[in-house]
Design a protein around this ligand. Structure first.
Ligand code: HEM
Length: 160
């Protein structure tokens, strides 16, 4: 638990500083929206997340957790959770190095006009951590996925 809190603090600290935790890009940014963040996945991350099926189960739980969260749940009140989980699955699968192609909108467009704050973003990260805990994903792997998502705060947070 202490380790998780430490890791979480590190990630949130990086977000606060407006920096990604990720290493410098090893390859140029691709042009599709899902890979607009040029961060290479840690080797084996896709497999550690349970491949496409495991990621889908994780995202189903995550989507339900978002709706149930007292801090940000209202923002997902009218959301089709199945569609959201599907979209997130493709995105995370691709980011983690899996054989998927996210074809949804880029993150700025997807969250336009939603008035998302840093606190909202941090709450979402916590909900995802809870879902990863529930699926037994090791802390180190959790943080590898969160590192891939962290750079997106620039496009998702619209209220500063
Ligand atoms: C790294 C952080 C985030 C990622 C990777 C992410 C990813 C996504 C994706 C892939 C979609 C679906 C786009 C589509 O297919 O149309 C989406 C939609 C959405 N996101 Fe996020 N998101 C993030 C943060 C947030 C935060 C912090 C909030 C608010 C607390 C939020 C609220 C929403 C809402 C309300 C939708 C629309 C769902 C609907 O169609 O009703 N997102 N997000």
């Amino acid at each position: 638990m202490k380790l998780l809190i430490t890791c979480t603090s590190l990630i949130l600290a990086a977000l606060s500083a407006g920096q990604a935790l990720a290493q410098p890009p090893a390859q140029p940014a691709a042009t599709s929206p899902a890979s607009a963040y040029p961060v290479p996945p840690a080797p084996g991350l896709y497999q550690a997340l349970g491949e496409r099926q495991g990621i889908r189960l994780l995202m189903d739980d995550f989507a339900r957790g978002l709706r149930a969260d007292p801090r940000i749940g209202t923002q997902f009140a009218d959301t089709n959770l199945d569609n959201l989980a599907q979209s997130l699955t493709e995105q995370v699968c691709q980011l983690a190095g899996g054989p998927c192609t996210y074809q949804g909108p880029d993150m700025r467009t997807a969250h336009e006009g939603m008035d998302i704050t840093r606190a909202d973003f941090n709450a979402l990260v916590e909900v995802l951590q809870n879902s990863m805990d529930a699926r037994g994903i090791p802390f180190g792997r959790q943080n590898q996925l969160l590192s891939l998502l962290a750079p997106m705060h620039r496009d998702v947070i619209t209220v500063r």
